[in-house]
Structures are given as C-alpha cells and as structure tokens.
Design a protein around this ligand. Sequence first.
Ligand SMILES: Nc1nc2c(ncn2[C@@H]2O[C@H](COP(=O)(O)OP(=O)(O)OP(=O)(O)O)[C@@H](O)[C@H]2O)c(=O)[nH]1
Ligand SMILES: O=C([O-])CC(=O)C(=O)O
Ligand SMILES: [Mn+2]
Length: 582
Amino acid sequence: MSTSNQALANWVKDVAELTQADDIYWCNGSPAEEESFNRQLLEDGTYKRLNEETHPNCYLHLSDPRDVARVEHLTFICTNKKNDAGPNNHWMDPQQAHEKMDGLFKGCMKGRTLYVIPYCMGPIDSPISRCGVEITDSPYVVQNMRLMTRMGDEALRRIEREGDFVKGLHSTGELDPDRRFIMHFPEERVIKSYGSGYGGNALLGKKCHALRIASYQAKDEGWLAEHMLILGIKTPTGAQHYVAAAFPSACGKTNLAMLIPPQGYLQDGWEITTVGDDICWMRPGEDGRLWAINPEAGFFGVAPGTAKDTNPNALAMLYQDTIFTNVAQTADEQPWWEGLDDRVPAIDWQGRPYDPANGPAAHPNSRFTVSAKRCPSYSSASEDASGVPISAIIFGGRRASLVPLVNEARNWNHGVLMGATVASETTAAATGKVGVVRRDPMAMKPFCGYHFGDYWGHWVSMQDKADNLPKVFTVNWFRKDDNGGFMWPGFGENMRVLEWIIGRCQGTAEAHETAIGLMPKARDINTEDLDMDADVLEALLAVEVNGWQKENQSVADFLKEYGDRVPQELYQELKRSNQKLL
Ligand SMILES: Nc1nc2c(ncn2[C@@H]2O[C@H](COP(=O)(O)OP(=O)(O)OP(=O)(O)O)[C@@H](O)[C@H]2O)c(=O)[nH]1
Ligand SMILES: O=C([O-])CC(=O)C(=O)O
Ligand SMILES: [Mn+2]
C-alpha cells in the first residue's frame, strides 16, 4: 500500500476486496499521469478529441442520455436519527444504507482498475481546508477531480500528517436509472455513490463532501459550508472587498463570479476578480469577520448561455485544457451550445446529426470542466491560506415576479430569514420538472447535510461567534415583463447592483426602509450609459404589498414544515415584516 496512513490503507484494501477490482492505482497528480489518462480515455472512446487547432487539449464526453444531472430523489442523508436529516432530505437508516450499497458494490469492479484519489478541498496549506479520498472505477471521474480539486501526492502528504479525511466510494456500476444512489453518512464522514458518472453525483469532493458532509461538520465546529460564489471587488479608491453569493444551481453564480463591469466602471478603476464560482467555506477570524476560501480548484460550469457578450471570462478559458460533457459540435469539431453564437451545429449531444426537431443541440445541463487558473479574472487571493474577508452575503434565485432587484436585510437575523426562505424556479441542473418555484434556503435545498431547522439555528448562532458579520442582501436578476422578457439586462450590468451593495458596506450609499428591508430608490442605482426605461427600474425596486402579504403567508407555512427546530428569531423577524406590511 502506498500510504503510511493505516486507516486509509485498510479502507482501500477492504474496498478492493469488496469490489474485486483487478488493479489498484494511486493517483499522484503529475502531468505525465494526466496525459496517460487522456490517452486511455481517447482509446476507449470515453473521450473524443476536439479540434486541435482551435481547442488544444480539449475533450468531449457524451454521457449516457439518462445520466445528465444530479438525481435528488436518489440522494440520501443517513443519520442515526431520522429527524436529524430533516424534512429537507431523503433519509435512510445507516445500517440499511450500508448493506444496500455494499450489495451494489460487491464485485462491481471485476475486470476494472480501482483508482485512489487523495484530494484537498482548499489550498494545501490552509487551516480552513479539509481532505478526502475518493475511490472510483471511472478514469473520467479521475480527470474531472484532477481539475476540480488539489489532488495527488501533496494531498496525500497532508492526509498522512493530519490523519483525518472523508471517505468517498464511487462506481459508475451498470447504468440503470433505478439502481443509482448517492448516500451520505455525515456522522461517519463517509460517502457512497453508485450508478452515475455525472458531476454532482460522481465528483465526490464537490457537492457530496464540500457541501453535504462539510455542512454537517461545520455546524459541529462553528463554521459555514455554503453553495456560494466568492468574488473580489476593488473600488476606484483602492478598497478591496469580497462578496459571497448563494444562488441555486444554474441561476448565475459562475456568471456573477466572472463579471466584467460596464466600460464606464472599468474607466473609473473598478476591478472584479474571481475567487470561486460554486462553494464557499467561511469561518470567523480573530477580527470578528468571516474569512472564506473556495475549496475547489476548477470550474464545473453550465455551458449553454456562455458567450462573448454574457461571460467573456468564462469563454476565454474554454479554448484549451477543457473537458466538455454533453455539448454539441460544429462540422469542424469545435464545441458548441445554445447561446454561444449563430453557427449551426453539425452533431448534437447524443452524437446524432443535428436536427432541431430533436430539441436543443447541447443538453441544457451540458458542462465544462476547467482549471480555475485558466480564468482571466482568477484572483491570486484564492490561494491565500487565510482566505479572504467577506463584506457582504447575497442570496438570490429566479423569480419572474414580486422579488425586487435588490434588498438589504435589517439585521443578521432578518438576513437569515431572507436566506432561509428564498425561492427559485427549478432548472436543468437536477432531473425533474424545470420552472417550478420552490423554496431553496441559502440555495442549499439539495445540499444541506442535516435538518434545515438546525441549519438556520446555526446561521443565527454565528452572531455569538463573530461580532463583525457581513451585511446580507437578496438580489433577483430574473424578473420578467408581460411579454416574458427579462426586465433587467443582467450579466455585466449586475455591477450596478454590486456598486450599491459595496456602498452600503462602506456607509456611502443611501437606502430607505421598506416593509421587506432596506432598499435603494431608482436614483441610488448608477444608471450611467444604461439603456433602460426609468419606469422599468422603478418597477424592479417596488414593494407590492398584496404580493408580499401572500408571500409571507407562504413563508410562514414553509417554516412550519420544519417544526420546533426553527429558531424563534426567524418568526420574530417575519412578524416584524408582517406588521410593516399592514
Ligand atoms: N437573464 C440572465 N441570465 C443569467 C444571468 N446570469 C446567468 N444567467 C444564465 O443562467 C444560466 C446559469 O448560469 P451559471 O452562472 O452557470 O449558474 P450557476 O449558479 O453557476 O450554476 P451551477 O454550476 O449549476 O451551480 C446560464 O445560462 C446563464 O447564461 C443574468 O444576470 N441574467
Ligand atoms: O453539482 C453539480 O453537478 C453542478 C452544480 O454545481 C450544481 O448543480 O449546483
Ligand atoms: Mn452549483
């Protein structure tokens, strides 16, 4: 065995016996290893090489058409007590779940190689980082983990120093949509995932470890593991701020994280840098602020909609060293997806000649995997062991009506209420119906590893752990007009809202108190060079009293579903809002 950590060595041996793998391979993270995996994936047909002139070292993987998104109905939290998983999760008794999974894993790697991937979530030298080991039989998963985490020898050395690591066992198994399970044992720090090769189901460092297991661990240890991007904002006077924002899957985190401000802002000296686009681990520092790291080292981003005029930073990183999953191809083997440009694709995401009658050419949840280092706006602060101090936390979602462009919480508890009750229309990132409005607290509905009531209580309790917490805001880029068009231009123009938010943090921007929070008037938003009717902006900043009374009734019903574990502070803040609406 290639490690001095006895627990790890024993576990790998046990898994090899159970799965009856032919070979065991320990990933070291070297460039030579990366190349040899690419060669193997090309040879066995998992990868197709894309146009080498336009996209050197880029690969296309077309998955089984039934395995294209997270499967929330087959994802379980297996705590000893059912109620600890909460109504927000599917639960299974841990013993029963282990038996079920071990039955599926039994002999499943016969004739295959078992890959051991030691990885570190966060900079190798950061005290906020945590390690894990994923065992998988999928070389495609190895290559994605290589880009998404700090994997290989360095991570293994840290595991050997610390002793502590999360155990993740994965096999693509036989593809059978009904024999597919993503199981989490937060009390044991164990993950078992069978039957899917898709990102959030199979790259266990990401949602399974960095959110579901880590959120549970964070509650015990007094920190936060969140589904948030982290971005840096430098103002013209040189003040450096960092903002963390939680939006549900496919609701704009990658885009906001890589935002390029409108021309006028650039001329004035505003600068946006990217720390992370999906996950944020935060803990109180000695100065009473929250300090955050991005535990990931790459981006697993939504391809459709990524274009020169929406997210040029993302597009720029995708011309080299990128894995594309379930996108379409042009006649000259370049990757293509809806919204990229007006070329007509030749081959769709299922490898068929493109025919519009078959639906979109690229799957709506098609993705790219790329190292964060390839992003032009990637911040060097992402590698800081101490993390970055957070000035503001933003919650958001897709709401076609009611929810205003931006709103600031009255205080921390009000901010927790806003986050806990944020709702959004469902997207293609998970299987199921798209466009249904559901509450997605802190964008963590699919990712919180324990009871939401306890989770909100943990959020409320951060006040006792840090006395200089960030200000909290909600945003909504997705309001629609009567014709179904977006009212707010979004993307780079979101900078105008960020400017107001930073102004609030610095005490330089105006707000007026409304029934739902502290809001700007239209004149408080910088609209220089913005081609937009004044009354549209007014509408985006209006508070519809009737609509909010109904919304708050639905919020109260929602909180009730979580019973007596809901912190009273949330009901108090809801009551305050209701009184103001009278
Ligand atoms: N109208 C509008 N669409 C946006 C905006 N920002 C992002 N989008 C679109 O929303 C989709 C998803 O955006 P992403 O930034 O990839 O979402 P995400 O939150 O990072 O998604 P996950 O990786 O699933 O967590 C893309 O098709 C974007 O083009 C915006 O400000 N306005
Ligand atoms: O987890 C995934 O597969 C992709 C992702 O970021 C999300 O769905 O939020
Ligand atoms: Mn995500």
